[in-house]
Structure formats: C-alpha cells, structure tokens
Design a protein around this ligand. Structure first.
Ligand code: TRP
Length: 360
C-alpha cells in the first residue's frame, strides 16, 4: 500500500457471532472494494467495550471478526487488517474530538437514543461519545470513503461535522502553521473533494443494492446475533445441513413468487428471501423474479439453499480453520497495526501541533 490513492476505512464491532447479514451487508462488499481502493479494515474492539463484554468474549470475537475478513477474501498483504486498540492514536484523537463535538450533537444520535431509551442517565459515557471515536477512526487516516449501511449514515455525517468544526475552530492556527502542517497523505486530496482545512470530509460509500437482511422467522425484524432463535439467522459457521434446514423452515407466505418487485412490498418474508438470493448471486430482485415468477417457495428454496451453500460453506470452513490458529490471526493483526501506526501518528503529530500540545 505504498500509493495511498483513494483510501477507504471500514470498521466492524466484535460483538457477536457473524451471520449472513454481516456478510451481505458489509464484508462481501469490502472484498469487492479492495479491487478499487486502498483499504483499512479495522476490528473496532474499543467500540465493542461500550457493550461491557466479558474480556474473554471480546478477545475471541476480535479474532473471529479478523478471521472472517480473511476467510471472505480480504487481502491482508495488499490492505491493512488491524484492530483499533493496538493503535493508541485512535483513543488520543477521540479525546480531541470529545472536545470538538457538542453534547447536543451526540444526544441527537438515533442509535444512542434507540439503545438507551429513557434510561440515558445509566448509559456509559463511552456509549454517548462512541461517534467521536468513530470519527477518529476515519479522520486519523484521512479516509476519502467509508462504506456504511443506512444505520451508520448519521454517524458519518457527524464525522463530517466534527472535521468541519475542527477546521473552523483552528483555522487561524492552521493558516499560521502553514507549510509546517504538511498534510499527511490520505485519500481525500487524491479524491474528488478539495479540502482547504486540515481534515477532509469523508463520503459514504453505500453498497450498490443496499440489502437489509431480515430474520428468517420474521421478515420485519433485522437478522440479528441477539435473536434468541438460532433458526432466525444463518451463521457464517453454519454447515450445509444447517443452512438447508434453516431455509426449509424459513417463514414464507402461501402465494407463489410474484412477477414484479413492487408486489414484494407487502410480503416481507418473500422480499427478504428474494433479496438474499439476489445479493448472493450478484443479481437484482427484478432479474431474480424474472427467473422464479409464478413458482412456489418449495421450488425456489432449493435454489436459495444452493446459492447459500456455494457462497458460505467455503467461507465457513476457512473461518473454522483460521479460528484453530489464533496465533496466526494475532500475528496478522499485529502486523496490520504496525503498518497503520505510522499513518496514524503522522496525522496525530500535526493535530498535537495544531491544538497546542508540546511535541513531546
Ligand atoms: N459504528 C460502526 C458499527 O456499529 C462500526 C465502526 C466504528 C465504523 N468505527 C467505524 C464503521 C469507522 C466505519 C468506519 O457498525
């Protein structure tokens, strides 16, 4: 990664078993992005701490997410695969951003409101300040693009607000330091956005057909690691028999598949299964329906199972193989972190200078 052209930063929290939703919603798209951009793939273990995990679970899940990246085809030689806590500059820049972001901005974050409800007094300060750490992740590397699903768009907008306020608050100092603030190489100058402040404003990169993967038991609920029923989700470690059984039992309605995508709207389970098939086979829903319109689910489900088995079983096998070699995964993360560190430090050095910390 010598030429830091257009840079993409992505993060996944190590908070639970990975499932089809994580794969189709994030990891599969990343594997495609790495063909076009220089990428940092980060296991955000510091974010996961906001869920108060058991230390041993956090460790295991950090390795699992890293292993899933590798199993899904992410190239840790060409790109940087690392975990957040090993690059201390993330925490350092997050503190500076805690002093830039306003309480009101963070209090408006829908994810915080959804997670805490009326109980925000009992929420940790970390959960409240979570978006400042996310902004630090992205801006530390001056990433041009961040692949995000719908649920993270608001956090990315906040990242832009933080970058813009930092640039504005320190505009005089940045101008005064002038050439001394050699902007560390990053994605954005090479990208489309011209930036005259210190931090560039990162852009979201939405997956082409953002497909939300829903529960197999209830097409109105997101597929989730926390659903009490394992039948509601396909785990990345499920074998072919598990997959076949879960799809056979997946909830549907009794009508055959429709001809038009609009007709899926009132049929959440049908919509979900068609969406999953489309995403797995790199088609859209329209062409999937063109193939299956008028057929019953009993005819469609075997095709869906086959697509799932073809895509997921090799990944699951590789994942299980890697999980038996935790030392290898740790070495990949250590190496990735060592490569991320000088890039993070280049930015942080300038930030210290801008805000008025002694260079040390
Ligand atoms: N907040 C993201 C999530 O819950 C994870 C994340 C942390 C992230 N830092 C990031 C995603 C930086 C993209 C870029 O999924």
């Amino acid at each position: 990664m010598s030429d830091f052209g257009q840079l993409v930063f992505s993060g996944v929290q190590p908070t639970g078993n990975l499932h089809l939703g994580n794969y189709l919603g994030a990891i599969k798209n990343w594997a495609a992005l790495q063909q076009h951009y220089n990428c940092l793939f980060c296991v955000v273990d510091m974010h996961a701490l906001t869920t108060s995990p058991e230390p041993k679970d956090l460790l295991r899940q950090t390795r699992e997410v890293a292993a899933a990246f590798l199993a899904a085809g992410i190239d840790a030689e060409k790109h940087i695969v690392f975990n957040q806590s090993q690059v201390r500059q993330h925490a350092e820049l997050a503190w500076v951003f805690n002093c830039i972001a306003r309480m009101g901005w963070l209090a408006r974050m829908t994810q915080f409101k959804d997670k805490t409800g009326k109980n925000s007094e009992k929420a940790s300060v970390g959960l409240f300040a979570y978006p400042c750490l996310m902004a630090a992740d992205i801006l530390l590397y001056r990433a041009a693009y961040v692949p995000v699903g719908e649920d993270q768009k608001q956090h990315l907008e906040l990242t832009r607000d933080i970058a813009a306020k930092f640039n504005a608050d320190y505009a005089a100092r940045i101008a005064e330091l002038g050439a001394a603030i050699a902007r560390p190489a990053g994605g954005a100058e090479a990208g489309t956005k011209v930036c005259d402040g210190f931090f560039p404003l990162p852009e979201p990169l939405m997956p082409p057909a953002a497909q939300r993967i829903m529960s197999l038991r209830d097409g109105t609920k997101k597929m989730s690691k926390s659903d009490s029923s394992d039948m509601s989700r396909i785990n990345l470690t499920d074998n072919a028999d598990d997959i076949a059984m879960k799809i056979r039992k997946a909830k549907t309605d009794s009508a055959p598949l429709p001809a038009l995508v609009e007709e899926l709207r009132a049929r959440p389970e049908a919509d979900n299964l068609v969406g999953i098939y489309a995403a797995l086979t790199d088609k859209d829903k329209a062409s999937t329906l063109a193939q299956f319109a008028g057929r019953d689910f009993s005819a469609f489900k075997p095709h869906l199972t086959e697509a799932l088995v073809t895509k997921l079983v090799p990944i699951g096998e590789e994942l299980r193989r890697l999980l038996k070699a935790p030392d290898y995964i740790d070495a990949v993360l250590a190496k990735g972190s060592a490569r991320a560190l000088p890039k993070a430090e280049a930015t942080m050095k300038q930030v210290r200078n801008i805000v008025g910390f002694l260079p040390g």
